[in-house]
Design a protein. Structure first.
Length: 289
């Protein structure tokens, strides 16, 4: 007994859709068939995973186009900005906002309609590939349609790369800041004798020593992270120019603040970012500002 057109169409739909989410897509396809055309709807997975959804449903070319479209759009905007007048060129980047909104909202809005048309095209192609034999067409559709196991591997690979990128973006700067803080702490510790000697000299003479040597402190070798040391005999401040891979040429300054009674407290300031400074120096910098 020959299958009716309706049941044959149903079998073809099932074959091209595959077992995953078959009931959902069959329901949507029946609605489109009844209306005689595909229409807008809403497809939540497509809102968040458009590229992966296209790969999952074996829509290779649309996935490639979707992946490249933002880069091509930005390239076109850049070229137009160079060729257009300054007034027009300055306006062109604003076009990326509606483009981004379209990239975000149009795929989930028309995903079912787009997939419906793609499945219809595959069903028509199955007749050219396998002839009029229904079983041969179903076998061809099951092989070329359905879902892709490759997508899972791609998704995992992308997730791993993304995770490593995020981890690197967080861990590497944090380690660099930690390493710099440790080196700055070493500089402060190595020069504690200077600050103590200047304090004693000021307490005895009520003026700053003319040189660091005049403070009475026997100079020691600076850490290798210090390129040079400058002393301001008027303010009593010591400025260290640093030699660090990430912060070459940055400075760290220790400056005394006399209290008028022969005592003084020291504050540190630096051209280093706050995250690279020890907490004690950061607090002093904050209070100094």
């Amino acid at each position: 007994m020959q299958a009716s057109p309706e049941s044959e169409r149903e079998q073809l739909y099932r074959a091209v859709i595959g077992p995953r989410e078959q009931a959902y897509y069959l329901s949507r396809f029946r609605q489109f068939d009844q209306r005689g055309k595909a229409g807008a709807g809403w497809h939540w997975p497509n809102l968040f995973f458009t590229f992966f959804w296209l790969l999952y449903r074996k829509q290779w070319l649309p996935a490639l186009i979707y992946y490249l479209l933002p880069e091509l759009f930005l390239l076109a905007i850049g070229l137009l900005s160079l060729l257009a007048s300054p007034a027009v060129g300055g306006f062109l980047p604003v076009l990326y906002l509606p483009f981004f909104a379209g990239m975000l909202l149009l795929p989930p809005l028309y995903a079912d309609a787009f997939y419906y048309r793609r499945c219809q095209a595959k069903i028509r192609r199955s007749e050219r590939k396998a002839g009029a034999n229904l079983q041969a067409r179903l076998a061809w559709l099951e092989a070329s349609g359905g879902t892709s196991k490759t997508m899972l591997g791609i998704a995992v690979a992308v997730a791993v790369v993304f995770g490593l990128g995020m981890l690197t973006a967080i861990v590497v700067p944090a380690y660099q800041d930690y390493s710099t803080r440790a080196r700055v702490s070493d500089i402060l510790s190595a020069n504690q004798g200077y600050t103590d000697a200047i304090g004693r000299y000021y307490q005895a003479h009520r003026v700053m020593p003319a040189t660091l040597a005049d403070s009475g402190y026997a100079a020691k070798a600076q850490p290798h992270t210090v390129r040079s040391v400058e002393y301001d005999n008027l303010a009593g401040a010591i400025t260290f120019t640093l030699s660090l891979p990430e912060h070459e040429g940055k400075t760290l300054t220790l400056a005394p603040i006399p209290d008028g009674k022969g005592q003084m407290r020291w504050i540190c300031s630096s051209t280093l970012p706050d995250a690279s400074l020890p907490q004690s120096c950061r607090r002093q910098s904050a209070s100094a500002s």
